[in-house]
Design a protein around this ligand. Structure first.
Ligand code: SAM
Ligand code: SF4
Length: 441
């Protein structure tokens, strides 16, 4: 009997990429491949790449370089590269000229064509490049092999129309398209029937879901419909844009019993001058007003954000505005980014790029403000019982389980692995800056 060929997918970047990799796994499983553990033992290796920051790109080049020897030793090995980086022409040029051992290059819009691309490569032995600029029709034929069997990502929109001046996403993932609600609901009902408890609705800006429909069905309608699906117990969404947050969405935290009490609302900067240069279309006052309304409805909600430090032209005064906003909102945590110049975006051409030392210095000062607030927020949970969805076993201690609260906070506690996938009550005994510890009650 012929040995089953194994694949390894290495995923970089955001949840959108993670979920794309789950779809690629589904395609490969259907082609008769089996999932392997590492590059050395696999017959097909796919790198799903991220282009958000230059460092992410450099990491991929490093990884691809390291594969050269493996391909030389095993010429039958197939190496594929996909994801956001591949939507950029100059990157495809670099890969075809400097990394000739890469066999297949495909973009974010044509994952569904992978079987054909693999077959073409096998037939010709030539590098196959297949990038399409945009996919107006959403392909509903793809399934996904999900990492967990109790929580799932579900796409609701693809692409982005916002064109923040620093960001490559609208260039790499095309214009915003919303999936029809009937497909989304069907997918979630099927997941619920298979025992899934938690759903994360995915989009670059979920609040603008449905804007292209010729009816009034919008994100909050979708949330209500998902909330009505029996057996789904937790609903999350990523990401929302402050300019499109509606009063109805804020009220949903009160009205929908399954909506997790967590809002991830990227602010990027606390300075109105910088927000304008970023083309974010809201002011710090708008942002603070949303937070005020959210806290009124849901005082204990977890609030998280994204912040970019060192955007071109950012002065000390601008940075101070960010620090002030962080103190005022009291975020539980934040993804913090050093501004990274992305060729082809408007900000790349802006004047007064900030030098590396200043960026780093501000970055550290921002963390010095964020971290004690995060710790204090976590300390507020001490001695309280919280509901935790158990996700997996600790990688360093097989007696310790990891799980997440409704607010999305990571909790470690002693327990048996048969609890994975269940929602359990945990009493919080220790609070750290980024994690909690507790005991099962
Ligand atoms: N669509 C989401 C939104 O607007 O909130 C986020 C998408 S992006 C994958 C995640 C984060 O990466 C952004 O919120 C931003 O903070 C950061 N980011 C994007 N482009 C960047 C750049 N050129 N340099 C540094 N950080 C960047
Ligand atoms: Fe990028 Fe802005 Fe779109 Fe988010 S909303 S993906 S930051 S362009």
């Amino acid at each position: 009997m012929e040995k089953i060929k194994a694949y390894n997918i290495l995923t970089y970047g955001c949840q959108m990429n993670e979920h794309d990799s789950e779809k690629i796994s589904w395609i490969l499983d259907n082609m008769g491949y089996g999932s392997g553990n590492n590059n050395e033992e696999c017959d097909l290796i796919i790198y799903n790449t991220c282009a958000i920051r230059k460092t992410a790109e450099e990491k991929i080049y490093g990884q691809l370089g390291a594969l050269k020897a493996l391909k030389r030793d095993r010429p039958d090995l197939i190496i594929g590269v996909c994801g956001c980086m591949m939507q950029k022409e100059e990157i495809v040029d670099t890969i075809t000229s400097k990394f000739k051992h890469v066999d297949i290059i495909f973009g974010t819009n044509n994952i569904h064509k992978l079987p054909q691309l693999i077959n073409n490569y096998k037939k010709t032995g030539e590098t196959i490049i297949d990038i399409i600029e945009e996919n107006r029709e959403i392909d509903e034929s793809l399934g996904a092999v999900r990492k967990y069997n109790f929580k799932a990502f579900v796409n609701i929109t693809y692409g982005c129309n916002n064109f923040c001046t620093y960001c490559v996403v609208p260039h790499t993932r095309g214009r915003e398209r919303s999936r029809k609600p009937e497909y989304i609901i069907k997918e979630i009902e099927e997941l619920a029937n298979h025992g899934y408890k938690e759903i994360t609705l995915l989009g670059q800006n979920v609040n603008s879901y449905g804007k292209t429909f010729n009816n009034n069905y919008r994100f909050t309608n979708l949330l209500k419909d998902v909330n009505n699906i029996i057996r789904i117990e937790r609903i999350r969404f990523m990401t929302s844009h402050p300019k499109d947050i509606s009063k109805e969405l804020i009220n949903s935290y009160n009205e929908l019993d399954k909506l997790c009490s967590h809002l991830h609302l990227p602010v990027q900067s606390g300075s109105n001058r910088i927000l304008k240069k970023m083309n974010r279309k809201y002011t710090r006052e708008d942002y603070l007003d949303i937070i005020r309304q959210v806290k009124e409805i849901s005082p204990h909600i977890t609030l998280t954000t994204d912040i970019i430090v060192g955007f071109p032209g950012e002065t000390e005064e601008d940075f101070d505005e960010t620090i002030k906003l962080v103190k005022e909102v009291e975020f539980d945590s934040a993804y913090t980014f050093l501004y990274s110049l992305r060729e082809g975006t408007p900000a790349a051409r802006f004047k007064n790029h900030i030098d590396y030392r200043t960026k780093h210095d501000r970055f550290q000062r921002l963390l010095d403000v964020l971290n004690p607030i995060g710790l204090e927020k976590n300390q507020n949970l001490l001695n309280k019982n919280v509901a935790v969805l158990v996700e997996d076993i600790s990688s360093t201690n097989s007696n310790i389980l990891n799980g997440r609260t409704l607010g999305g906070k990571l909790v470690h506690f002693k327990g048996d692995k048969d609890k994975i996938g269940n929602i359990v009550d945990v009493n919080i005994t220790h609070a750290k800056t980024f994690t909690l510890e507790g005991t099962l009650t």
